[in-house]
Design a protein around this ligand. Structure first.
Ligand code: ADP
Ligand code: ADP
Length: 227
C-alpha cells in the first residue's frame, strides 16, 4: 500500500503578484500512512477540498511537495481514485456501463472487465441493478455505484470529497457502515473530506482537524479504535 507525503504545501486562489486573493492552505505538512483511513475535518472554507484535489492532481501544486511511492504528484493518475459528493455518474450509462468506464482504459480483455465490474457492483450491494440508469436509483444507490466505479480501477489511494453529504441521515448512516466494511476488506489508503465530527470519528484511523483563514491543520488525532 501507498502513503502520501505532504510537505509545506500552500495554496492561493486569485490575487495578483502575491497580493490579495485567498490563502486556501497555509504551510500544510502531513504524512498519510499506507492503509490508513484519514479524515480531513473542518468547517466550510478551511481548504479540505483544495487539499484533496491537490493530492488527486486535479489542481497543480503551487508550493511545497506532495509525494506518493510513485513520486511527486503532477497530475491525475489511476493510482488515486476519487469519489465526489454529487456522485458524478454518467446519466446516459447504466450502473454496469458506468463501472466499466474506467476499466476500458486499463486494456483488459472484455470478459475480464465485465467480471471485475460485476465483482465491485456486488461489493457495494448493487447486484440486480446492473442495467439500471442513475435516474432510476436512490441517492444512496447512486453513491454506491460511484464507489464501485472508482474501486473497479483498483486505485492504491481512494480520495472522497464529502461522499455522503447529499444523502438523508438514515441512508448516510447505512453508507458509512458499508464504507467501513468495504475499507476493512480492501484496506485502501483513504483520504476522506467531511465537516461531520461523528462521521470522522466513526470512519477514520486518524483525523486532521483544520481551521480556516488561512487553512491550517490544527491537530492530528489518533482514533485508533477503528482498527
Ligand atoms: P464545499 O462543499 O467544499 O464547501 P464550496 O461550496 O465552498 O464547496 O465550493 C464549491 C465549488 O466552488 C468548488 O469547486 C470550489 O472550488 C468553488 N469555489 C468555492 N469558493 C469559491 C470562490 N470564492 N470563488 C470561486 N470558486 C469558488
Ligand atoms: P472546504 O472544502 O474546506 O470547504 P475549499 O478548499 O473549498 O474549502 O476552499 C478553501 C478556500 O478557498 C475558501 O475560502 C474558498 O472560498 C476558496 N476557494 C476554493 N476554490 C476557489 C476557487 N476556485 N477560486 C477562488 N477561491 C476558491
Amino acid at each position: 500500500a501507498v502513503g502520501i507525503e505532504i510537505r509545506d504545501v500552500s495554496h492561493h486562489y486569485g490575487g495578483r503578484n502575491g497580493q490579495g486573493g485567498v490563502t486556501a492552505l497555509d504551510h500544510i505538512t502531513l504524512d498519510i500512512r499506507p492503509n490508513e483511513f484519514h479524515a480531513l475535518l473542518g468547517p466550510s472554507g478551511c481548504g479540505k477540498s483544495t487539499l484533496l484535489y491537490l493530492i488527486g492532481g486535479f489542481i497543480p501544486v503551487q508550493s511545497g511537495v506532495i509525494e506518493t511511492a510513485r513520486g511527486p504528484v503532477t497530475g491525475p493518475n489511476p493510482e488515486r481514485g476519487i469519489v465526489f459528493q454529487n456522485f458524478a455518474l454518467f446519466p446516459w450509462k447504466t450502473v454496469l456501463q458506468n463501472t466499466l468506464y474506467g476499466l476500458e482504459k486499463l486494456g483488459l480483455p472484455k470478459k475480464e472487465r465485465e467480471e471485475k465490474a460485476r465483482h465491485f457492483i456486488d461489493l457495494v450491494h448493487l447486484s440486480g441493478f446492473e442495467n439500471a440508469f442513475p435516474s432510476q436509483l436512490s441517492g444512496g444507490m447512486q453513491q454506491r455505484a460511484a464507489i464501485a466505479r472508482t474501486l473497479a480501477v483498483d486505485p492504491e489511494i481512494l480520495l472522497m470529497d464529502e461522499p455522503f453529504g447529499a444523502l438523508d441521515a438514515q441512508t448516510r448512516r447505512v453508507m458509512q457502515e458499508e464504507l467501513r466494511s468495504i475499507w476493512q476488506r480492501t484496506r485502501k489508503t483513504v483520504v476522506f473530506v467531511t465537516h461531520d465530527v461523528q462521521e470522522a470519528v466513526f470512519l477514520a484511523d486518524r483525523i486532521s482537524i483544520m481551521s480556516a483563514r488561512p487553512g491550517r491543520i490544527q491537530h492530528v488525532i489518533d482514533v485508533g479504535f477503528n482498527r
